[in-house]
Design a binder for this molecule. Structure first.
Ligand code: SF4
Length: 391
């Protein structure tokens, strides 16, 4: 990556400290004892420009806040570059694009408030899940690593909330922008910079098995074991799932089950199954039984328990997160009633599924799960574009 022409500095937002130091040395002839402290100050203190390095931050153009019983939910919107189209007549050639991110508050068992940052990996999404607002946009373009990390930077240094957890559950399918997402994770977990704990970062997918295979390789590498995975299941049988999630026509539930049953477990990384409960679509008693069938092979017994003591019998459980549906714009389905959510929880418990309920937050401002998306940009054109910010 060349130094920025006008400043003779290197934009380090999408670079790890090692990459930034190497770029400063190779491009500007700056020694590590100057560039590394600069990198640390930029990420830790939020200083935008230090010596050979700077951050070229997308502007935060809107911030929306909505109270919840665990604190204020904050949705913020950053403006990013338009699509790079050689055609000046392209409908999005000069229109600025926006990323949406959400800070979600949580009160832990000790009464301490923490925040989870829900990041976007693309503007729009190509996956076409029928219940999701983002799908209505189609895919506009993938985000660069710097544009993904910028969402963390904005949360931490502009809004002033350093998130404890980071989930890639905003706009886009992370496996559809795999290399840039993993580069962003490498930057976020860099102990010289953002310093986010890998065990508190979760990549979510609708079930792109090609991406899962790449991630499997990645998490076997030293320093990557504890990266968490979430699968958006949303229906436990192929007919229903294909109707609401087109990806299922390419990779079936059996493909996913086989992939996840042997998912590498390192005694810390989590495997979550996400289930958006939609009235009349996936909320019957039979669905609860089918979920249990799907999850059974994912619940593994730890073999290193020679004592036989059930107290020490650490079962690695795949957790089901039950998410009451948050209606998208013009949704054909309503949100489920409180009674129907509780009924479905009870059926899952009867089926011995380890289930947690996700509390709904930010629904009124279209900031809840499945509600991110720009109404003004809908299916104008699919422009797959994936850039690399590596030097
Ligand atoms: S649920 Fe996720 S993968 Fe599906 S369309 Fe929405 S953003 Fe894309």
């Amino acid at each position: 990556m060349p130094p920025d022409a006008h400043t003779h500095q290197i934009d380090c937002l999408g670079l790890t400290s090692e990459e930034a130091v190497a770029a400063a040395r190779d491009r500007l002839g700056v020694a590590v004892n100057t560039s590394l402290p600069a990198y640390r100050r930029i990420f830790r203190e939020g200083v935008r420009s230090v010596g050979p390095l700077h951050v070229n931050m997308p502007e935060v153009v809107r911030t929306l806040r909505e109270p919840s019983n665990e604190g204020e939910v904050i949705k913020f919107v950053c403006r990013v570059a338009p699509v790079a189209s050689p055609d000046p007549e392209h409908p999005l050639a000069s229109a600025p694009l926006e990323t949406e991110s959400v800070l979600i508050p949580m009160i832990g068992s000790a009464g301490r408030q923490t925040y989870t940052l829900c990041l976007s990996s693309q503007v729009g999404c190509a996956m076409g899940c029928t219940f999701c607002e983002t799908a209505q946009m189609g895919l506009i373009r993938s985000l660069t690593p710097a544009e993904i990390v910028a969402q963390w930077y904005a949360a931490t240094h502009e809004i002033g909330i350093r998130p404890s957890n980071i989930v890639f559950m905003g706009m886009g399918e992370p496996m559809d922008n795999y290399d840039n997402v993993m580069q962003a994770v490498a930057v976020l977990k860099d102990h010289n910079g953002a310093g986010a704990a890998l065990s508190r970062i979760t990549i979510s997918t609708v079930g792109r098995v090609d991406g899962l295979r790449k991630m499997r390789e990645q998490i076997t590498k030293p320093g990557w074991h504890r990266l968490n995975l979430a699968l958006s299941l949303n229906s436990p049988n192929d007919a229903d799932r294909s109707a609401i999630m087109p990806i299922n026509r390419k990779w079936s539930l059996r493909d996913l089950q086989q992939e996840l049953a042997t998912w590498p477990r390192y005694g810390g990384n989590k495997l979550c199954i996400e289930y958006v409960l939609i009235p009349g679509v996936n909320d019957s008693r039979a669905h609860a039984t089918q979920i249990a069938d799907f999850m059974r092979p994912l619940v593994q017994q730890v073999l290193q328990n020679p004592t036989g003591d059930p107290e020490k019998d650490t079962r690695i459980r795949a957790v089901l997160n039950l998410i009451p549906y948050n209606p998208r714009r013009n949704s054909p389905w309503p949100a489920p009633t409180e009674e129907s959510v509780q009924q479905f929880m009870d059926w899952l418990i009867e089926e011995h599924v380890f289930v947690k309920r996700r509390r709904t937050k930010g629904r009124r401002m279209m900031g809840a799960c499945g509600q991110l998306g720009n109404e003004g940009i809908r299916r104008r054109q699919v422009v797959p574009l994936t850039q690399s910010a590596k030097p």
